[in-house]
Design a protein around this ligand. Structure first.
Ligand code: MOS
Length: 734
């Protein structure tokens, strides 16, 4: 077999030059001639009935386009999973900042001036903002009990297990808070009608066909004439998964009614205030452990604060409950999940998608058990971790030894024992600093949850060009993570040419639907589609060797009538999933990680410094080591923010710190020494054996830091974020 030329090599990003030189055009950079600026008039109440909207008769409205709910040609329903969210609030507003009216004018200044001449009167309704308030309310606004979705997983016999007398029972509650994605480029969308009435929407987005289906809801008569195209996207992290559907439809409504092109660009404050954030969570865990330290039973309740509309909360909850029992073999498990409606802006997708909340809880709980049993956390994990032949909570069979391998490698790479000893010596002698080491062991389901991949049925098209290059036509988007490069490497490998021969075409709904760019699925699932399409294409052309012969062969084939191959997802027949019982193969495969944090806590100012972070992960075949390490490093930094710095302050549902000034995220100054190691257990369901890497790195960071703080100063960190003032309170209780 030939050595791989592309796979496993840190090829330069295909978009490196345009990103570094500044020639990449983000939507704000587009020169679109005489286009109008769009503006959103938003609710100033968290929950209210709109009584009246009055337009100042003395204001000159002639240069403005105004759109209200009644002006939507189709349905005022943003179809995500449930159909509970309107494009524009009609009679009721459910969160502060909810869109009520849209304005378009030649300048944003004119829009703002006009907005000052619109007065909206409200009649306030009772509002709830927290999980507790939502549970306790006597006036639910969704269904009978404010629940968007309930899920339950049962394995074994939980009741019987807890009736046993000799078990050590540990019960605790864990909470996590909202987190803003803070992609550098705020939400941006441009809507244009052509002379024949076709609608082109271009913008910063992850999922072209999600946007397409929302536009089709608002403009049913245009359904066959809508194209959605991605512009260069400056970060997303899940924040451009469902939200772009809303702003795209707004821009299109304004274009439709003004007869002009309309661009909507949110500024940071608007983006921060009004777009989705990570779901705040509350997890309660009750565990039973036998005298030897085997975890016998886990009873988990995971509640998510979903905000005012359901958006993707059902799926976030699904991923949450499927990761809630941790990377352990437990015979008796019950996981109950509930996504609750509140009057915060809708919570949405954010890297990890429910898993970080659940994994923080279960991994912190493991540490609590270890402490109560006076066992080393590594020993407790070693005894209980998932090994080949064990089953997850859904009954899915564990295939590989990756779980124990990542643990053992992390322990040896980080010199765990020696460091613990060194920490103790340091702590005995230092007057004000305390060091500690903690770790987390975890997995992340790669690909869509449950039967998602079967439903999506992703397709990928490879097409020869006259110049002899090959175009990849998919809807998988490059948002900074490196998908364009990695997918090009996969195609080039299968074709045995260099990536110079491959063109990753701008994703658009004119391409076959390879599915949304979410759920750590792209390299794995779409990579596999491209690998297959490229292998077929290779067989279609006569023998060649090297780029130049290939170029000639492709040109000839194109001239002779075209050259293209389309591959579509073939569900592995052995994968079974039962949506009703939540039993079966929850994911096509799993990535695994063990992350180890070494921290230093100051007893003077209660700050936490991360000294060193050791990560070992199995993401299957590593297609591009530099890009994969970049995903890990970025994920860690983002999760350090989630753990130690980032806190959204609300007052009656309004965000008080909607910007970089007082919403604190880690900077390079907070970057710990980082070790990134990969162990490869390739998956035959992924492109060249790849599994997912996008989200995994977020999952293990918070519990590793919490455990390290516990080791350093002996406090029980169960509520995130842990700002210095919270750590001070914890230490004062000790
Ligand atoms: Mo997502 S958090 O883009 O699956």
């Amino acid at each position: 077999m030939l050595a791989l030329q592309q796979i496993g090599h840190s090829k330069i990003r295909v978009d490196a030059r345009e990103k570094i030189s500044g020639s990449a055009l983000y939507l704000a950079d587009y020169d679109v001639g005489d286009c109008l600026q769009g503006f959103t008039v938003r609710s100033q109440r968290a929950h209210a009935t709109i009584k009246q909207i009055v337009f100042d008769a003395d204001f000159d409205w002639s240069r403005l386009t105004v759109v209200q709910a009644a002006d939507i040609p189709g349905r005022n329903v943003n179809p995500v999973i449930l159909e509970d969210q309107p494009f524009l609030a009609d009679r009721v507003v459910r969160y502060y900042g909810e869109p009520i009216l849209l304005l378009a004018a030649p300048t944003l200044e004119l829009c703002r001036a006009a907005a000052d001449h619109i007065s909206i009167s409200y009649e306030e309704l009772p509002a709830c903002f927290t999980i507790e308030e939502s549970l306790a309310t006597s006036t639910p606004f969704f269904g009978e009990d404010n629940s968007f979705k309930r899920l339950q997983i049962n394995k074994g016999d939980i009741e019987a297990a807890f009736r046993e007398q000799n078990f050590h029972i540990t019960e605790a509650e864990y909470t996590t808070a909202a987190q803003e994605q803070l992609y550098l480029e705020p939400q941006a969308m441009l809507a244009q009608f052509d002379l024949e009435g076709g609608l082109l929407v271009t913008g910063s987005l992850q999922c072209p066909f999600y946007v397409h289906s929302s536009l089709a809801s608002a403009f049913p008569e245009l359904v066959d004439r809508i194209e959605v195209r991605q512009s260069v996207t400056g970060g997303a992290f899940g924040g451009k998964e469902d939200f772009p559907s809303l702003i795209a439809t707004h821009a299109a409504l304004l274009a439709y009614h003004s007869g002009r092109s309309v661009r909507m660009l949110y500024d940071r404050a608007e983006d921060f205030q009004c777009t989705t954030k990570r779901h705040p969570s509350r997890t309660r865990i009750r565990s039973a452990v036998d005298t030897e330290g085997n975890i016998v039973a886990l009873d988990v309740e995971l509640l998510l604060n979903a905000g005012a509309y359901s958006t993707l909360s059902q799926v976030v909850l699904a991923r949450g409950v499927l990761h809630a029992a941790g990377a352990y073999h437990v015979p008796h498990v019950r996981v109950q999940g509930n996504a609750l409606a509140t009057n915060l802006p809708p919570s949405g997708a954010f890297r990890g998608f429910g898993a970080p909340q659940a994994i923080f809880a279960i991994e912190s709980h493991l540490d609590k058990i270890a402490q109560e049993l006076n066992q080393d956390p590594v020993v407790l994990r070693r005894r209980n971790l998932l090994r080949p032949g064990d089953t997850f909570s859904t009954g899915q069979l564990v295939q590989t030894d990756a779980c124990s391998q990542v643990l053992e490698r992390a322990v040896s790479s980080s010199a765990y024992e020696e460091n613990n000893r060194a920490d103790r010596v340091f702590n005995d002698s230092h007057p004000t600093l305390r060091r500690g080491t903690g770790l987390a062991l975890f997995y992340h389901g790669a690909g869509f949850t449950g039967s998602g991949e079967n439903r999506i049925q992703g397709c990928a098209l490879l097409q020869g060009n006259v110049d002899g290059t090959i175009s990849i036509r998919v809807t998988s988007t490059e948002m900074g993570q490196g998908a364009a490069t990695v997918l090009a490497q996969i195609a080039a490998e299968a074709l045995q040419v260099s990536t110079a021969m491959i063109r990753f075409e701008t994703p658009t709904t004119q391409h076959p639907d390879s599915g949304p760019t979410v759920a750590s699925r792209t390299t794995m699932i779409v990579g596999k589609l491209i690998e297959r399409a490229a292998s077929e294409l290779r067989e279609r052309i006569a023998e060649y060797s090297g780029d130049e012969q290939f170029r000639t062969r492709v040109s000839q084939a194109v001239a002779a009538g075209g050259l293209e191959t389309l591959s579509s997802y073939e569900p592995p027949p052995e994968l079974k999933w039962d949506e009703e019982t939540y039993q079966g193969d929850a994911y096509p495969d799993y990535s695994w990680g063990c992350y180890l944090a070494q921290v230093e806590v100051s007893l003077l100012d209660y700050s936490v410094r991360i000294r060193r972070f050791t990560t070992v992960q199995d993401i299957g075949t590593v297609i591009n080591p530099a890009l994969a390490a970049g995903q890990v490093e970025g994920g860690i930094m983002q999760a350090i923010g989630f753990t130690l710095y980032e806190k959204v302050h609300y007052a009656d549902g309004k965000t008080l710190n909607a910007g970089f000034t007082d919403y604190i995220i880690p900077t390079l100054a907070d970057l710990p020494q980082l070790a990134v190691e990969f162990i490869e257990y390739p998956s035959d369901r992924g492109g060249y054996g790849a599994k997912g890497v996008g989200e995994l790195p977020f999952d293990g960071v918070a519990p590793a830091i919490a455990a390290a703080i516990r080791a350093a100063v002996g406090v029980d960190v169960r509520h995130l974020p842990l700002l210095p003032e919270q750590l001070m309170e914890l230490l004062c209780q000790v």
